[in-house]
Every structure is written in C-alpha cells, then in structure tokens.
Design a protein around this ligand. Structure first.
Ligand code: ZN
Length: 384
C-alpha cells in the first residue's frame, strides 16, 4: 500500500496563504503609493515626482523604474521622498500600521521591520518619539489585521546609518526600548568606504548588554565586509550576505563538486542567518537573474538562508512575490517554503520559547494544512 502525496509546486494562492516570516524589510521602503500622495498633501511636501500628480499607480511605477534604473542617485531619491512624508507622529503611526496590515494580508505571521530614527527628525520629533510612534503603529496594524482575520506579530529593528556618527546613540536607544517593541539593531547605508568597524563602540555596547544586531554586509561589497561584520563586530545575522557565494567554488567539470572557503564554512558551521532579498539583489546588480541568484546553491548547501523583501515599494514586491519567483525558478515545493520560513523564525530576535511556539503552533501546522489540501480536492473526473 503506497500513497503518493503530490510534491508539486504550490500555486500563487497557496503561497499567499502559507505562513511566512520576514526578517529584512525597511519601513521607509514599503509605503503604499496612495499614502505617500496623501501624506505629501497633508504635510505640504511638494517634492514628489510629476508622476504623483497622475495618481497612485503612476507613482508606484515611478518608484520601481527609479529603483531599476541602475543609477544610485535615482535609487536614493526614492527614499528621500518616502522619508520626507514620514516626519510626524501621525504619519509614522499610519505608515507602520499599514505596513503591518499589508504584511499580514500577504500571509506574513512574523516580521522584523527596520527604520532609522535619525531620518525622521526634520519636523522636531525626538528619537524616542519616532520609536514610540512606529511601535504604536505596529500595534494598531496588528489589531486591524486581527479584525480582518489575519495574525501577525511585528518587532522593530532600529537602524543606524553607516555614513553617520550616531550608531552608539541609536544602539543605546534600541537597548532602552528592548521589551517595548524593539527587538534589535542594524547598520545600513552604502558599504563601500563605510566599513562596519567604524561603529565598533555600538556593537560592543550591545554585546555587553546581551542584545541582538544584524549588519547590512556582503550586498554590493564582497567578502571583507562579511568578515568584518562577523569577526570584528560580532553580528548575529547578515543583512543580505549574498556575496558569501564568492567564497564557494563549484567545479566546472561534471562532478559539480563544491568547495567552501574558510569564511563560507564558518558562516555555514555557525548557522549564521543570511537575510537574502532576491528581487532587491537583482535591482542592485548583486545577481543577474533569479536563476543565477546564489539562493539556489545556498539552499542546496544548507546555509541558514532566509527569504526577504528589503523594499517592497521600490522592488514592487511582497513575500509571496519573492516566493513565487523562487518556486518558478527552482521548482520549490511547500517543504522548501517551510524550510526557509523555519530558518527565518529560528533566526528571529525574539526569545527562544516564543520562536519555538511560532514554529510549532503556527508555521508547521499552517504548512501541514496546505500540504494536505490535495486530499480534499475533487478528482478531475468529478469536476465539471
Ligand atoms: Zn536592506
């Protein structure tokens, strides 16, 4: 007696309903285009591109093409607009609430969303007020999601900008708001010329406080950046880390034998989480196509790989969209999706018992239910 459970690729609808965990998402990279237009009007910000006058869809397209353009100036301009309309308590609450709502509607059950408090001070808010407003927004979004029949839990990551000199101050802020909605710390911004070692005092402070942090490293820049983030700064996770592929050799012959260098071995041995963001990497040139994205090999080699969105607005993406691309490209099944999701949940910055409960009570049952759906489908002959 054998039963053959179908091990086929999930449909887009199943991908959306599957529970997902997200570790790398920027608050200022995920606004709804319609919200940008409304907030700009309310706050008197007149710097939006002309496309905004033609409506939310046109503005949406503008963001994507600016991010796709390959020009760093145009890419950075997109964030100047989103940050410009996120300068008041009300605006931050709204953006954070909608972020939680949108993620929940996409089937995300756990998310760590990051933002740089120092970028929201133009209209007089204090760093503390920024953090409190965003956290209030996330709580509001979680409530609205519940009312819609969705479940999500959102934690904040406080980001310091690599080119600025406020990392220690932001790290102290993250520590103060620990247990009050903030789950960790991050460093972001251009890698070249701004090594994470510039901010050692911040990392050393967090380590002394037994706190958690991730570092944007190994996106545009190669192995030295990953090495510094891990071995000098002590990062718990790597924001992207995709260039770890440079330390992995695949033989050209038929054997396809794989050899890991010391750093790649260390990353795999120590189960260092990689916050991979496929669509974002394509836009910044870190990979040429989904098929060539290192995630395929890293998954095969059992790195602690996770799937993330980075900037949903600029990349026109969502967690479901990222998985749809991966399912199509690598023929991933629900088991693969579950593997990435459990990886992310294991790597989250909330306490171990809560991560475990999320895996055992939410994620695994969610996938089990999806995997059993074929049992209840009418056979083709019974369908009309
Ligand atoms: Zn990022």
């Amino acid at each position: 007696m054998t039963s053959e459970t179908p091990n086929t690729s999930p449909s887009p609808e199943q991908i959306r309903r599957a529970p997902k965990a997200l570790l790398h998402d920027h608050l200022d990279g995920g606004l709804r285009p319609g919200t940008i237009i409304e907030l700009a009007r309310e706050s008197g910000y007149d710097g939006l591109p002309d496309a905004a006058a033609e409506g939310a869809d046109r503005l949406d397209a503008w963001f994507r093409s600016a991010a796709d353009s390959g020009s760093l100036e145009r890419y950075l301009e997109t964030f100047a607009h989103t940050c410009a309309v996120m300068q008041t308590r009300e605006a931050l609450i709204r953006v954070a609430a909608e972020c939680a709502e949108d993620l929940a509607a996409d089937g995300v059950v756990y998310a760590e969303v990051r933002f740089a408090p120092e970028q929201h001070l133009e209209k007089g808010l204090s760093l503390e007020e920024v953090v409190e407003a965003v956290n209030e927004g996330f709580r509001e979004g979680e409530r609205r999601a519940r009312a819609d029949g969705n479940r999500i839990r959102v934690g904040s990551l406080l980001t310091a900008m690599r080119h600025a000199a406020r990392a220690l101050e932001i790290a102290e802020l993250a520590n103060r708001y620990r247990d009050l909605g903030v789950v960790g710390f991050d460093i972001a911004g251009a890698e070249a010329g701004f090594p994470p070692t510039r901010h050692l005092d911040a990392f050393e402070f967090l380590k002394r406080e037994n706190n958690h942090f991730t570092i944007h490293a190994g996106e545009g820049f190669g192995l030295p950046s990953i090495w510094q983030a891990l071995q000098w700064c002590g990062a718990d996770r790597l924001g992207h880390g995709v260039r770890i592929i440079d330390d992995i050799q695949v033989a050209d012959d038929h054997s396809g034998e794989v050899t890991l260098g010391r750093l790649a071995s260390y990353v795999r041995d120590k189960r260092i989480p990689l916050e991979l963001c496929p669509s974002s990497n394509l836009q910044t040139g870190a990979a040429a196509s989904y098929a060539e994205h290192p995630i395929g090999l890293l998954r095969k080699l059992h790195f602690r790989a996770t799937v993330n969105t980075d900037n949903r607005l600029m990349s026109g993406t969502s967690m479901s969209n990222e998985f749809e691309h991966l399912v199509k490209t690598f023929r991933y099944t629900l088991d693969d999706m579950q593997w990435f999701t459990v990886n992310a949940m294991k790597s989250a910055f909330i306490p171990f018992d809560e991560r475990l409960a999320m895996i055992n009570e939410v994620i695994k049952p969610g996938y089990a239910e999806l995997k059993a759906e074929w049992l209840f489908q009418a056979s083709p002959s019974e369908r009309r």
